[in-house]
Design a binder for this molecule. Structure first.
Ligand code: 13P
Ligand code: SF4
Length: 308
């Protein structure tokens, strides 16, 4: 036998590229996806950038590499297109922290108070609220409302951070991201001792004390842009480890230190190259949102997109 065996990863990426052409598909991926998944995507971004991108998709099929609420948002904005998620179990636990029945009850207890829902909610919750937000635009969205009191669901950390930047009263919900909640001030201190020159950037899903220990509080998309434009040569990154791949790729001359190798989102990591290939081969797993729910959710998402 002669010849060199083909690299199975290369075979897989070639198979995905061929299937993508055959299916007229586009691949959208969140910044927390595995590096090899980010590398085969047509577009990689944060929650806001992915929603904005989903509005302009022309392909027949969207393969969404992220968690289910993100794929649902793409489907709500593109009801006539096929939206696939390579693993239907890739849910965001924060979405489970604001069940729609509880949100309805709270809304009934607070008549006249507008509700802002972080996009990390189910479509059913989005359909009940006034407007959505992401970590990139939460302050702007809250400030866009004429009211003096706002109910903010479900991330208490993001809500707390917004409270610091607005004179409005933010009524918080008891939700959080289990991945960001694990980041501690001790993590920041330890890395600062090891790398005293480094600038600390943190995500607003972190707890208030971690946010206080950071130099900049940014969404993942804002982190990518900030790193590109900043003079800082060393950066401590207080968010999910998947972002490090994107940061290194876009700013190869800089050094990025993940806050902890344990800061990983197991749901984001459910999406693999193999599953992306199977999704395109078998056209699975299709996202569907009943139109009566989608219509209400679309209104709240589109209102957010008008603000930013
Ligand atoms: P962004 O990428 O929008 O900053 O959000 C992070 C996140 O946890 C999404 O689930
Ligand atoms: Fe949800 Fe946190 Fe994972 Fe984002 S990082 S998808 S908020 S669990």
């Amino acid at each position: 036998m002669t010849g060199v065996a083909a690299d199975p990863r290369t075979e897989l990426t070639e198979r995905i590229a061929r299937l993508k052409r055959e299916r007229q598909a586009v691949i959208l991926a969140h910044n927390y996806q595995l590096g090899e998944v980010q590398d085969i995507a047509d577009f990689v971004g944060d929650s806001l950038e992915l929603s904005q991108r989903a509005v302009n998709v022309e392909a027949d099929v969207i393969v969404f590499c992220g968690v289910t609420f993100m794929a649902e948002t793409a489907k709500i904005l593109n009801p006539e297109r096929t939206v696939l998620i390579p693993d239907p179990l890739a849910g965001c636990p924060m979405c489970e922290m604001s069940p729609v029945e509880e949100v309805r009850k709270r809304i009934a207890d607070l008549p006249g108070v507008p509700v802002v829902a972080y996009v990390n909610t189910t479509a059913a919750v989005k359909a009940e609220v006034d407007i959505c937000c992401t970590s990139a635009n939460a302050i702007k969205v809250v400030e866009s409302l004429p009211d003096e009191r706002v109910l903010f669901v479900p991330d208490k950390n993001l809500g707390h951070w917004v409270q610091r930047h607005t004179s409005k009263e933010i009524i918080l919900w008891e939700g959080h991201c289990p991945t960001h909640q694990r980041i501690t001030v001790q993590d920041v201190r330890r890395l600062k001792e090891e790398h005293p020159q480094a600038v600390v950037i943190v995500h607003p899903e972190c707890t208030p004390d971690v946010i206080d220990s950071g130099d900049h509080v940014l969404s993942t998309g804002q982190m990518v842009r900030w790193a590109r434009e900043s003079d800082a040569g060393e950066v401590i990154v207080g968010t999910e480890v998947g972002l490090i791949h994107r940061l290194k790729k876009e700013s190869p001359e800089k050094t990025f230190y993940p806050i902890s190798k344990l800061t990983t989102c197991p749901n984001m990591k459910r999406i693999t190259l193999e599953k992306v290939a199977w999704a395109l081969e078998d056209m699975q797993y299709g996202i569907s949102v009943p139109e009566e729910v989608a219509a209400g959710a679309r209104r709240a998402i589109e209102r957010m997109l008008e603000v930013v």
